[in-house]
Design a protein around this ligand. Sequence first.
Ligand code: FES
Length: 165
Amino acid sequence: MSKKLSRRQFLTYTFGGTAGFLASGMLFPMVRFAIDPVLKKGAGSEYVETTMTEAEITDSPKAVKFTIHRKDGWYQPPQGEEQTAWVFKQNGKVVALSPVCKHLGCTVNWNSNPQFKDEFFCPCHFGRYYKDGRNVPGTPPAKPLDKYKTKIENGRLLIGPLEKA
Ligand code: FES
């Protein structure tokens, strides 16, 4: 069997190799650019102090606003981003729920629909959640609300990273 390379094979390998080399040279920076924020260590892992004191946390959910400073891709607003959490106590433990509906991302509110008392309600498609954040079966959301980590320091509530449900 001859091990000679035909002219066609030689050209195929040469052009294929060159094209692969050029493509990888273009693709690597594009992929690196796209995933760069993910590669940054510790992004979004800090706790942020809120204005809420421990004494203000009751069994009834209250909206707490806080500001986080993070890079979204290459953009980092200098004044930070305002976020909200629904905070309450459950069996003595502090719970902080994200207000972002797990259906299509609208904002949920506590007790905002008189038809559904003591529930979180999403007005976009009538999504409903129990107080502990579990989605009510038969309504559009298929997952519970995400929870923030929390801690109390010097009598004040601190909000930490989101724990995806
Ligand atoms: S976005 Fe909330 S129910 Fe659809």
